[in-house]
Design a protein around this ligand. Structure first.
Ligand SMILES: Cc1cc2nc3c(=O)[nH]c(=O)nc-3n(C[C@H](O)[C@H](O)[C@H](O)COP(=O)(O)OP(=O)(O)OC[C@H]3O[C@@H](n4cnc5c(N)ncnc54)[C@H](O)[C@@H]3O)c2cc1C
Length: 401
């Protein structure tokens, strides 16, 4: 029986393992970090397309149980004036509103669900190399000296994927998008967003978003134009330093952003924004990439996790239906590449949208108001811009040929 080694136990890893299990293919997951590694403050939003892909393999329930929905978005200009309110993309008639949850919780519930289905997960296994074994087997070599042998390797090891580099030593490096993203969460009273609403704020020096869950925790992020913070320096940035940075960036605005950041304790983390416009090599005859390893995206469109989930389910369908791995990997790439690279490009364009002068800001505010008014008149997303993203559905039953 085919055994697949999955490298990375973030989002794509456990989802791909569960989808393979559903397709009758055995897999084990090998994660670099020890169990329970967390990033304070960081949270994710899953849209209808990612939630539907989880539902396709019956794995949506634990995520729904640990997240909360918000079906509306409100935009504020830098003066604090409301530019408009509209239903969020994907919060359509089927009621699938986007769901928010801490990143660490998403990782945990996906891993727990995979373990409940009998999928082995090994922690502290950092892939360093892949070599060929006897009889066409592949062997994953880990930093601790251990090895694992299988028939295929799936690289679900994220933005700085080692599998990507082993597959193609010339693979492009992640590009810094010119932004850092700072995420925080707080239960400080008096700073909640309106119920069921993502409140987005166009500040003079950055973009800020907040949402409040039913337990009164407010989650927020700030996208700030900034040069890349070197990895070693990033480790030395304290929550206090990030808090001051965000508070100062929004201090000139009339929005609630600065006060919310100032009221946040140590649940703050800052991250460089990266993407890769296109990864030329996604697979060979034994190894294939999924999630950020295949298509790292800037966080602005909030689609990286949903795309990672879609990938895992589509790849499992291809391996289920096609006679050999080479054909399955080629079909998977054919089904996925155009869509995900389009979203990566869209997210990169969103990262470029910071405007600097007063005049530019007024034009931007007028454009946001015009778009929201058009949405309200006709239907949400009249330009169809989000339909192709959040309206995408993976059909588990459909045969791949
Ligand atoms: C600030 C920020 C906000 C974001 N917000 C959203 C959002 O709201 N919605 C959304 O959909 N997306 C969002 N994203 C993007 C999303 O986080 C990623 O696209 C998603 O996590 C990709 O999933 P993945 O499984 O491919 O990679 P990851 O989630 O990064 O998982 C990769 C795993 O591989 C492990 N690993 C790495 N190297 C090795 C190795 N050598 N050996 C073994 N294991 C290894 C890692 O420890 C990790 O557990 C955001 C990203 C950022 C940075």
């Amino acid at each position: 029986m085919t055994h697949v080694l999955i490298i990375g136990g973030g989002i794509a890893g456990p989802v791909t393992a569960m989808a393979l299990r559903r397709a009758g293919i055995e897999a084990s997951v090998h994660e670099a970090y020890p169990r329970g590694a967390d990033r304070a403050g960081a949270f994710l939003v899953l849209f209808a397309n990612g939630l539907a892909a989880l539902a396709a393999i019956g794995a949506d329930a634990p995520v729904l149980d640990h997240s909360f929905p918000s079906g509306t978005v409100e935009y504020l200009g830098d003066t604090g004036r409301t530019l408009g309110v509209r239903p969020l993309a994907g919060a359509g008639p089927d009621g699938t509103a986007p769901r928010t949850l801490p990143r660490a919780v998403l990782h945990r519930v996906l891993r727990e669900e995979a373990a409940r289905r009998g999928i082995p997960l090994a922690y502290g296994r950092r892939l360093v190399d892949v070599v060929r074994g006897p009889g066409g087997k592949v062997v994953a070599v880990f930093a601790d000296g251990s090895r694992a042998e299988g028939d295929l390797i799936i690289g679900a090891d994220g933005l700085h994927s080692r599998t990507r580099r082993v597959l193609d030593p010339d693979a492009p490096r992640p590009r810094h998008t010119g932004q850092v993203t700072v995420c925080g969460r707080t239960r400080a009273p008096g700073h909640a967003a309106p119920p069921g609403t993502y409140r987005m704020m166009y500040g003079k020096h950055g973009f800020f978003g907040q949402v409040t869950g039913p337990d009164a925790t407010t989650y927020w992020f700030a996208n700030l134009p900034a040069p890349e913070v070197p990895r070693a320096a990033l480790a030395g940035y304290t929550p206090d330093r990030w808090r001051r940075r965000v508070t100062e960036a929004f201090a000139d605005d009339g929005t609630p952003a600065a006060a919310l950041a100032a009221a946040t304790g140590d649940d703050i983390v800052g991250i460089n924004g990266y993407d890769i416009a296109s990864v030329p090599v996604w697979h060979d005859d034994r190894t294939v990439l999924v999630g950020d390893a295949a298509h790292a995206t800037a966080p602005n469109a909030a689609q990286g996790a949903s795309m990672a989930i879609e990938d895992g389910v589509v790849l499992a369908r291809c391996l289920r239906d096609l006679p050999d791995a080479g054909q399955a990997f080629a079909a998977y790439e054919r089904l996925r590449r155009e869509r995900v690279e389009r979203i990566v490009a869209l997210s990169a364009a969103m990262a470029d949208r910071i405007v600097r002068t007063e005049g530019e800001r007024r034009v931007r505010d007028a454009e946001v108001e015009r778009r929201l008014a058009a949405d309200a008149r006709d239907a949400p997303d009249t330009d169809g811009s989000a339909d192709w993203i959040t309206g995408y559905r993976v059909d588990w039953e459909e045969k791949v040929c």
